[in-house]
Design a protein around this ligand. Structure first.
Ligand SMILES: [Fe+2]
Ligand SMILES: [Fe+2]
Length: 299
C-alpha cells in the first residue's frame, strides 16, 4: 500500500505546519535533541498531494488569523460598511488580471509554461470582477467610478501593494499564495451571509453581485479547489514558497480587514464624504440598518 504523503513548511522562526494526506494538520515548534533529530528541521523535498497541500494552505491562514483572534471585530453589517467593503473589493480585483498575466509572462520566460498556463487561466476567470463591485455600488445609488477613483480603504492598501509586488518579482510564485488566501476567505461566505447583506439593502436593490460570485455559491469555491490541485502538483520548493506567502498574506488580510471593521459608522461616513467631497447621495445614515428605515436622498 502506498504511504500517505506528509508535507511540512516552516512559516516563522518557531512554527512549522505539518499536514498529512489523511487530513491531520498540526503546528510544530522546530527542535530536536542529541538523541532524536527533528524530522521536520530540513525543508520537505517530496511530491505533494491535494489532501496534505490543503492542510498546509489552510493551516497557514489559520495561523495568520490566530494572532488577532481576540480582537477580531464582528460588527453587524450596515450599508455604509458594505459600501466601504465594495470599494475594497473593487481595489483588490481591478488589477488582478493584469498582475496575473505579468507573472504568467515571467514564468514563460523562466521555462515554466505549466505555471504560466495556470496563471493565464486565473487571469481570464478574474476578468470583470471589478465591474461587479462597481455595479453593486451603483445599485446602492453610489457613483462607483467616482468613489473608487478617490478612495481606497486604508486597511486594503497593503494588500493591493503586496499583490502588485509579488506579481512583479523575478520568481513570482508567491502570487498564488496571496490569491489562495483571499479566495479561501471569500469562499467561507455562505447563503446566510448574502441574505444578511440583502436584508440591509433598500427593498428591490440587488447589490450582491460581487459577494455572490466571491462566496461558496459562486466561482470562488471552484477557484479554491483548482488552486489546491495545482499547488499540490508543484515541486516542493514552490509549495514551500506558496504556503509561506499564504501565511504572510493572511497576516495582512487579518490586520487590514480588522482595521476597517473596527471603524465606527461615523468614521466611515466621514471618510466617504471626504473622498467624494460631498455626503453619500442617499443618506445611509446612522442606525439605518434596514431598507425600510432608510432616509430620503440627501439634499
Ligand atoms: Fe474575483
Ligand atoms: Fe476568484
Amino acid at each position: 500500500m502506498a504511504r500517505l504523503v506528509t508535507e511540512w513548511v516552516n512559516v516563522t522562526t518557531d512554527i512549522s505546519i505539518i499536514a498529512r494526506e489523511s487530513g491531520e494538520v498540526w503546528f510544530h515548534t522546530p527542535g530536536g535533541t542529541k538523541e532524536k533529530a527533528d524530522p521536520f528541521a530540513t525543508p520537505m523535498t517530496g511530491a505533494g498531494a491535494p489532501d496534505s497541500t490543503v492542510g498546509l494552505l489552510d493551516g497557514a491562514i489559520k495561523l495568520g488569523f490566530c494572532g488577532i483572534e481576540k480582537r477580531l471585530a464582528r460588527p453587524d453589517p450596515t450599508v455604509v460598511g458594505y459600501i466601504v467593503a465594495l470599494v475594497g473589493a473593487y481595489h483588490t480585483s481591478v488589477d488582478t488580471p493584469r498582475n496575473l498575466r505579468r507573472a504568467a509572462n515571467r514564468f514563460n520566460e523562466l521555462g515554466r509554461p505549466e505555471v504560466a498556463v495556470y496563471l493565464e487561466e486565473r487571469a481570464r476567470e478574474e476578468t470583470g470582477h471589478d465591474r461587479l463591485a462597481l455595479k453593486d455600488l451603483r445599485a446602492l445609488g453610489v457613483p462607483g467610478e467616482r468613489l473608487v477613483a478617490k478612495f481606497i480603504p486604508e486597511g486594503i492598501k497593503p494588500l493591493c501593494k503586496r499583490f502588485d509586488d509579488l506579481c512583479a518579482e523575478d520568481y513570482p510564485i508567491g502570487c498564488i499564495g496571496y490569491s489562495y488566501c483571499l479566495e479561501r476567505i471569500a469562499a467561507l461566505k455562505q447563503e446566510d451571509d448574502i441574505a444578511k447583506v440583502r436584508s440591509i439593502c433598500p427593498d428591490g436593490v440587488d447589490a450582491t453581485r460581487f459577494l455572490r460570485s466571491h462566496s461558496s455559491l459562486g466561482s470562488e469555491a471552484s477557484h479554491v479547489a483548482e488552486t489546491i490541485e495545482f499547488v499540490a502538483s508543484l515541486p516542493a520548493n514552490d509549495r514551500i514558497k506558496v504556503v509561506r506567502e499564504t501565511y504572510e498574506s493572511s497576516l495582512l488580510l487579518a490586520e487590514g480587514y480588522n482595521h476597517e471593521l473596527l471603524k465606527s459608522e461615523v468614521e466611515m461616513l466621514e471618510e466617504l464624504r471626504a473622498a467624494m467631497g460631498e455626503p453619500l447621495p442617499y443618506c445611509y445614515g446612522l442606525g439605518s440598518s434596514h431598507g425600510d428605515e432608510r432616509h430620503a436622498p440627501a439634499e
